[in-house]
Structure formats: structure tokens, C-alpha cells
Design a protein around this ligand. Structure first.
Ligand code: 4AD
Ligand code: MG
Length: 460
């Protein structure tokens, strides 16, 4: 017999003669001649109630089932006479798979996020984390749906790379050399002996490769894991995170900003309509303003202002920030959040940043001081998207590379794309984990990814 999912049984309109569900015991209590069990199978937030009576041939074993044990229940779906649930299953047989001892760490009380992080292998069995990961799955699919509907192509950009896209040097090195016995040439590691015969890294972004495909297929995107060895132990950074990166040919900065805005709105609307039950949980237990905030972001326009305007507002704010702010310095999360949450009270897009604080590939503006960069800032998170119009002019691009300390020879293929039918093009990267933070109200990025990787942490 095929297994039923609790999610679909609870949506049933009529009773069903013969059902089968498999899941884990959440609670069990005994009455005189029967036992009530709440089972959860992960398909939705709700448990289903099982009535197991003493006619079951393994009733004595059923009466010993404790929280965390795994079972398959066969029976009838019927209206529940009890309060709090419409349906219950009257069990005709219960197969016991694996017992969980009393020491099972997830007992009925609420556990802290910090504690649950130490047991990442078990936390998806809690209501909260089950909901996080169902939402994460639904939104992954929504990403593909959004782009597919608009005729974008999904490109699998490489994870192993020889180039530093962001030029920030936060690369994890990949090698097959014997670390205890490195081949040397003039005192330095000789990569001729390494797997790729040159230094190799985990990618920090699929952008450069995505650009090559935008310049052939028009509108493309990548969606995959990215890696940064930045030693910042914050609640918004991880060493391994997921990024969605669209890249659009024949697209300028304005169109890029409009696209990014519509993407964020689409994802939030998708979550509100397709994950309503799970979002309800976060609204009740994590952030009581969550649904309001999400509705507001999904319905209003994002305010747009230049970096220079942002600096003026911050300077005139009379607020003391931990990091000083001057034209030419990078905006910190505290600045972004002040602008977004205090000054404008809504999502923003800041654009035209100083060239000196941005990577080589961003298009230089006519003022020669700023580049066509843009960041989307949302409440509670700060930057959720970073993007730009790309420098399509060969000579300016190669000058910018040299200026920022990159060797143009290492990027010969990227430069060459500006020789053969170069066009204005733009794109951006959305931090998928930060999106899940926004949609769930969860405050620490470690709690929205199954197995977080941060400095000093690579368990599981
Ligand atoms: O602003 P970033 O560095 O932009 C790029 O990587 C561009 N190449 C994207 C593009 O134009 N195709 O990163 C984009 C987004 C950030 O806005 C943030 O949401 C997320 O990626 N992000 C991180 N998320 C978690 N942990 C980290 N260490 C992150 N670094 C960036
Ligand atoms: Mg950025």
C-alpha cells in the first residue's frame, strides 16, 4: 500500500476506509483500553492523532512507544470526536520500526536555537525547523518558477574555479597536493604539481561564468552554493551559502534594479500564499510583526537612492554609529538598517557606489568616481541583494582589473567577451539564506540552512 502524507489526509473532505502513514511519535498517553498518539511525518506542521486500542496484537509494545520512535500506522481516517482536530486515525495495525529511548533530546518543551544547533542532525524534527526547511524547499522551487516564467535559462556554473570574482581574496583553496610536503619553486608552492597545474579555489560567485552565457542565451541565472573564507562571525554570514544570480544581456542598471525588486516581491508573495501555515508559526512564536512586514514589502515600492544621498542622510542623522561614515567608506549593516528601518521604514535600493570599494567588473559611471552598483536593503537583514551593471568596454575593464590588483591574463576569457559583440548587461546576487531569514523572521543565518558552516564549525 502507498503511504499517505499527513498534509494530504488533514486536507481530506471525507473519511477514508484505508490509510497508511509513517512518521515519528511526538506524544503518547494512555487511557483505560487504548492509547492516544500524536504522529508527525514532516509533511506539514500538524500532527495526526492515532487511536490504538487493546485489540492490536502488539498493544503491549505500542504502550511502550516513547517520543521520537518511528512507526507505520494502518487504519481508518475518521472524524475525531475530540477537540482540537477534525480527523484522527483509528489504527488497525501499527508496525514499530525504531524505538527512541527516554534520553531522546527533543522532549516536549521548547528548546533554544543554540541547543538545537548542537544537534543539527535532529533539529528538523522540531516544529520550528520542520517549518524552516519546508519553506526553504518551497522557495527554491519558486526561484526556478520565476525565471522559467520569464524565459531565463538555468546555468550550472562551476564550483571549482581558478578566478576570484569579487577580487576580495576570501577564497578557499582546493588542492590535491600533500600539505605536509609541498613542492616549492623559489620558496613558493609550485602549483605545476597540483591537480589543475595552477591554484584552484571554491567559487565565491558564479557571476563571471553566468555573464558568458548571458552574452549567448540572453537571460540566464545560476543558483548554487558559494564559499567565502571571510572570518566574520556574524548572524548574517556563513562560509558556505546559497546564492541566486540572474544575468541579463541588453539590460542597464535601472532595469536591473526593477528586476531585483520584482524578484523579492514574487518570492515573498509565493511564501505568503504557498507556505501560509508554516509562516503562521513564525508569526506566532518568532516575530509577531512578521506577516505585516512581509505584506508591506510585497505590496509597496522600494525606495531608490544613490550612495551619495545615503551618506548625506546618515551624516545628518545625528545618530552615533559604531563605524564612522564618510563618502568613500563602505556602508555597514548598522547604516543600512538605520536607513531602512528608522529613516525610510521600508525596503530600499542604494545605487552608484564609489568605484574604490567595489569589484573590478562594475560599470564605471560618467563621473569617473562611482560605478553602477546596487544593493537591495530589507528590514532586519540589511543587504539581501548585491548587483551591478557590468563594465562592457574592453579597455576600461582591463584598466580596472589592473587597478584592483588582478592580473588581466588570469581573466583573458572574461576580457575576450568584451571583444566580440559586447553589450550592456547587468545582474545581481540574492543571498538565498538571508531571504529565508527575512521570510521566517529568524535572526541567525545558522538556523535557516540544514548544516551551517561558519569559522570553527564543520560538524555534521
Ligand atoms: O554582494 P555580493 O558579494 O555580490 C556578488 O557576489 C555578486 N557577484 C552577485 C552578482 O552580481 N551576480 O553577494 C550577493 C549576496 C549578498 O547581498 C548577500 O545577501 C549574500 O549574497 N551573501 C552572503 N550570505 C551569507 N553569507 C555570506 N558570507 C554572504 N556573502 C554574501
Ligand atoms: Mg554585497
Amino acid at each position: 500500500m502507498n503511504r499517505n502524507k499527513i498534509a494530504s489526509l488533514l486536507a481530506s473532505i471525507n473519511p477514508i476506509d484505508s490509510v497508511c502513514i509513517s512518521g515519528w511519535v511526538r506524544t503518547r498517553r494512555d487511557a483505560k483500553t487504548f492509547s492516544f498518539m500524536e504522529i508527525n511525518d514532516g509533511s506539514c506542521r500538524s500532527n495526526i492523532q492515532i487511536i490504538a486500542d487493546d485489540t492490536l496484537n502488539n498493544y503491549e509494545a505500542v504502550k511502550k512507544l516513547s517520543t521520537g520512535s518511528a512507526v507505520t500506522v494502518f487504519g481508518v481516517l475518521r472524524e475525531s470526536p475530540g477537540k482540537g482536530q477534525r480527523w484522527e486515525i483509528d489504527a488497525s495495525a501499527i508496525e514499530i520500526h525504531g524505538l527512541a529511548p527516554e534520553s531522546f533530546p527533543l522532549q516536549k518543551k521548547r528548546h533554544s536555537d543554540e541547543f538545537l544547533r548542537e544537534i543539527c542532525h535532529l533539529r528538523p524534527r522540531t516544529n520550528k525547523f520542520g517549518a524552516v526547511f519546508r519553506i526553504r524547499s518551497a522557495l527554491s522551487l519558486a526561484v526556478h518558477q520565476f525565471f522559467n516564467d520569464q524565459g531565463f535559462f538555468y546555468i550550472h556554473t562551476p564550483i571549482l574555479t581558478g578566478s576570484d570574482c569579487e577580487g576580495a581574496g576570501q577564497l578557499f583553496k582546493v588542492t590535491s597536493l600533500d600539505m605536509e610536503n609541498l613542492p616549492k619553486i623559489s620558496g613558493e608552492t609550485d602549483y605545476q604539481f597540483d591537480f589543475f597545474k595552477k591554484a584552484a579555489f571554491l567559487t565565491v560567485s558564479g557571476q563571471l561564468e553566468a555573464e558568458m552565457f548571458a552574452l549567448a542565451l540572453g537571460d540566464v541565472y545560476t543558483f548554487g552554493p558559494t564559499f567565502r573564507a571571510e572570518n566574520s562571525n556574524t548572524s548574517r554570514h556563513m562560509a558556505e551559502f546559497w546564492m541566486v544570480e540572474p544575468e541579463m544581456a541588453f539590460c542597464d542598471l535601472d532595469q536591473n534594479m526593477a528586476h531585483a525588486e520584482s524578484f523579492v516581491r514574487y518570492l515573498i508573495n509565493h511564501a505568503l500564499t504557498h507556505c501560509a501555515d508554516d509562516i503562521e508559526l513564525f508569526n506566532a512564536y518568532v516575530d509577531k510583526t512578521l506577516i505585516n512586514t512581509l505584506n508591506k514589502i510585497a505590496s509597496g515600492n522600494f525606495i531608490r537612492l544613490t550612495y551619495t544621498e545615503a551618506i548625506d542622510i546618515l551624516k545628518n542623522s545625528k545618530k552615533t554609529f559604531q563605524y564612522d561614515i564618510d563618502w568613500g567608506s563602505d556602508l555597514q549593516t548598522e547604516h543600512e538598517r538605520y536607513l531602512c528601518e528608522d529613516h525610510f521604514n521600508g525596503p530600499l535600493i542604494i545605487y552608484n557606489y564609489p568605484a574604490s570599494i567595489k569589484p573590478f567588473y562594475m560599470r564605471v559611471n560618467d563621473d569617473d568616481k562611482t560605478v553602477g552598483a546596487m544593493d537591495v536593503i530589507v528590514p532586519r537583514i540589511g543587504e539581501i541583494i548585491g548587483g551591478s551593471q557590468r563594465e562592457e568596454r574592453f579597455s576600461i575593464l582591463s584598466d580596472r582589473m589592473a587597478e584592483t590588483g588582478l592580473n588581466p591574463q588570469d581573466y583573458w576569457w572574461y576580457l575576450e567577451s568584451r571583444r566580440y559583440g559586447s553589450v550592456p548587461h547587468s545582474g545581481y546576487g540574492l543571498g538565498f539564506d538571508r531571504l529565508i531569514m527575512l521570510i521566517t523572521g529568524i535572526g541567525n543565518i545558522r538556523d535557516v540552512i540544514p548544516f551551517p558552516r561558519t569559522p570553527g564549525n564543520i560538524d555534521f
